[in-house]
Design a protein around this ligand. Structure first.
Ligand SMILES: Nc1nc2c(c(=O)[nH]1)N[C@H]1C(S)=C(S)[C@@H](COP(=O)(O)O)O[C@H]1N2
Ligand SMILES: [Mo]
Length: 424
């Protein structure tokens, strides 16, 4: 008997008096809302990359029907991707304690023997495997991408994208099966707080397989445990959200990605993703004698020096940079040549087409990006030469970079060398 109780497959092995339908239901309902928002903002974030536009942007070429929902990402409001990706990353980080607590609360079930009592039970357990595995996988890949800065070179998107569909499919099945009972449990519990428990219902509660048959003495109440989970979430929230809010809150973003270059002060003193040094851009590459912007389109190709560009009509736009990692900057004051004016230089007057942007950078996933016609046409979309009244710094993309309203940071190519206008 004693040996038997030492095995996790024995219900008696799990002794916490906190486990029970109420705790599991509350955590489950929080995840029901939270994971749904994560899934939707994640899909939206993927659409923002214009993956349907060009093979250059498409990091999940085998997505097939999973790309059914892709749409032309708008350029308004300019903070759109700041919001959707800020919510995605901040919420994901905030839900980590809830996810772990939920798994802890049902862990005895994961060990239940026999592994399957029937075909239906077998299916249920396979779906649980996909649910737990998929959930852990999505949270882990997400956090690694934010914190370790692309540990999966080029492969984060497919992993996180396909993983999301597997996880969410299992999640929908699980929610459909469990949510009604979870709602009933929570309702009944709040009713109990005011009435006395009817014996039949009390019996039902105790018989639940989550309730330990030989509970250890409690050290904290269920509400207290829930408070600890909520407190951990709140702490993560408060140390993450500042990276998206910006301003004085940026200093509270203790969990924002580290190891990034210190942007220093002055007009160029805002967050840097990859430095010129990292991207292999040298002063010799960007020197006035060496650097030319090559613009291709309907009527051929023109080559422009930086001085030529400065001689074209210059415009200003106040736009943020918002990265997939969740951080974003406040609006910066960019100045440069409108993309649609550059399109007009090579024969695309009126309705400009898509554009393929290529960087001086020779290697790396972000050296090229395709922008959609609506992004090219927006008068705020610039090939920026200056920011906040000064020339771009090398790390922010000198001699010239793209800045497009509402687009993810990765589409704002730095150290631009070539623009090719045409339908992609
Ligand atoms: N050539 C090139 N452009 C690039 C990148 C890059 O690695 N190489 N990073 C992109 C990403 S992911 C972001 S978030 C923004 C960051 O711009 P910033 O460093 O000026 O803030 O630049 C984008 N442009
Ligand atoms: Mo980014």
């Amino acid at each position: 008997m004693r040996d038997h109780l030492r095995l996790p497959t024995s219900p008696g092995f799990w002794r916490s008096p906190l486990r029970g339908p109420w705790l599991t239901s509350v955590l489950g309902l929080v995840l029901l809302v939270g994971v749904t928002v994560l899934f939707v903002t994640g899909l939206v974030s993927y659409a923002a990359y214009n993956p349907g536009l060009s093979p250059v942007n498409d990091t999940t070429p085998d997505k097939g029907v999973l790309g059914f929902y892709l749409f032309a990402w708008p350029t308004d409001p300019v903070w759109l991707y700041r919001l959707t990706q800020g919510v995605h990353v901040t919420l994901g980080v905030t839900l980590i304690p809830v996810l772990l607590a939920k798994l802890w609360s049902v862990v005895p079930r994961l060990f239940t023997l026999p592994p399957a009592r029937s075909v239906a039970h077998a299916l249920e357990r396979v779906s649980l495997l996909l649910l737990v595995g998929g959930g852990l996988f999505e949270f882990t890949t997400g956090v690694l991408n934010v914190q370790l800065d692309y540990v999966f070179p080029g492969s984060f998107y497919p992993l996180h994208f396909y993983g999301a569909w597997v996880f969410f499919a299992a999640f929908v099945a699980h929610a459909a099966l469990k949510a009604p009972a979870a709602v009933r449990t929570v309702r009944r519990h709040s009713a109990e707080a005011t009435e006395t428990t009817r014996p039949a219902e009390a019996a039902e509660l105790v018989e639940d397989d989550l309730v330990s048959p030989r509970p250890a003495p409690p050290t904290v109440s269920r509400r207290g445990a829930l408070g600890m989970v909520g407190g951990a979430s709140l702490l993560l929230f408060l140390t993450t959200v500042g990276q998206s809010l910006g301003g004085p809150f940026r200093r509270t973003a203790l969990l924002a990605p580290h190891g990034t270059a210190d942007p220093g002060g002055g007009p160029n003193g805002f967050q840097i993703n990859k430095t010129a040094g990292y991207a292999g851009i040298t002063p010799a590459d960007t020197h006035a004698d060496a650097w030319r912007l090559v613009v291709g389109g309907r009527t051929g190709t023109v080559r422009l020096t930086r001085a030529d560009l400065l001689g074209l009509p210059l415009h200003s736009s106040s736009l943020p940079i918002a990265c997939v990692e969740g951080w974003s900057t406040a609006d910066q004051w960019w100045r440069g040549v409108r993309l649609r004016d550059l399109a007009a230089l090579v024969g695309h007057d009126g309705d400009p087409p898509d554009v393929l942007v290529e960087s001086l950078q020779r290697h790396g996933a972000f050296r090229r990006a395709a922008l959609r016609a609506n992004q090219v046409a927006d008068p705020r979309s610039l090939l920026a030469l200056q920011v906040n009244g000064e020339d771009l710094s090398p790390d922010h993309g000198y001699p010239a970079r793209i800045i497009v309203p509402a687009a993810p940071g990765v589409l704002n190519t730095k150290w631009v060398a070539r623009l090719t206008f045409g339908d992609l």
